[in-house]
Write a protein that binds this ligand. Structure first.
Ligand SMILES: *Cc1c(COP(=O)(O)O)cnc(C)c1O
Length: 226
């Protein structure tokens, strides 16, 4: 077994245990492998070990990897900060975007989604840690943003995403993830996704309802840059 395959087995066991501990069905929790900064060969190994969903933060890097891996049936998710001049490539080359935090970006993604492709799956990124993080809309802005995005024709609003301030305090981890779940439920839009939880806090995220955990380091090892 390769190291990546071993890591996938370990992460899978963590997800299963966390699901069991909170009485959730393991099958409702997706493992999004965050392959940023890692070579196409690492993605290929992860696919060989059974993974299909991959998350990238940097557009150029992602497009190069997608070209190298075009023989594989992978689903690509964009999870990084979005500049408006990058929306066309995102709309053309990804199945999911988890990091939408303003209407202008959503409108461009909808307008630029090629008609032959299914709607682009969208999660709205929310800043649940206040000033500590710069990305994400504020909880106060969320209702209006979600309403507007849910009406755009070529997008499918699926849920919310957050990157809480890193902490080793389980109570603080739970509080941030619970906040995202409450915000999602408070929208009343029937959204089915919560993209939350990374290598160090996936257990707390699953306990609070995560449907995508975004895992980089625990699968592919440490990164030289973030
Ligand atoms: C890098 C990154 C991850 C993965 O983080 P790890 O701690 O390596 O698991 C998840 N989500 C986002 C948005 C990221 O940028």
């Amino acid at each position: 077994m390769s190291t990546i395959a071993e890591n996938i087995a370990k992460v899978g066991a963590r997800i299963r245990e966390a699901a069991q501990a909170s009485g959730r069905d393991y099958a409702t929790i997706g493992l999004l492998a965050v392959s940023k900064t890692k070579p196409a060969a690492a993605v290929r190994q992860a696919h060989a070990a059974g993974l299909l969903d991959f998350g990238e933060n940097y557009l150029q890097e992602a497009l190069e990897k997608q070209r190298e891996l075009s023989d594989l049936p992978l689903t690509w998710h964009f999870i990084g900060p979005i500049q408006s001049n990058k929306t066309r490539a995102l709309a053309e080359h990804f199945a999911w975007v988890h990091s939408v935090d303003r209407l202008k970006i959503a409108e461009r993604l909808s307008a630029q989604r090629p008609p032959q492709l299914p709607p682009l799956n969208i999660c709205l990124q929310v800043n649940v840690s206040g000033e500590a993080s710069k990305s994400g809309c504020s909880p106060e802005e969320l209702q209006a943003l979600a309403q507007a995005v849910s009406r755009l024709p070529n997008l499918r609003l699926r849920g919310l995403m957050a990157i809480p301030e890193p902490t080793d305090d389980p109570a603080a981890q739970h509080a941030a993830f619970a906040r995202l779940r409450q915000l999602r439920d408070g929208l009343g839009l029937g959204l089915d996704c919560l993209s939350m939880g990374m290598s160090h806090d996936l257990e707390a995220a699953i306990a609070e309802g995560a449907t995508w955990v975004r895992i980089g380091t625990a699968l592919f090892g440490a990164r030289d840059y973030t």
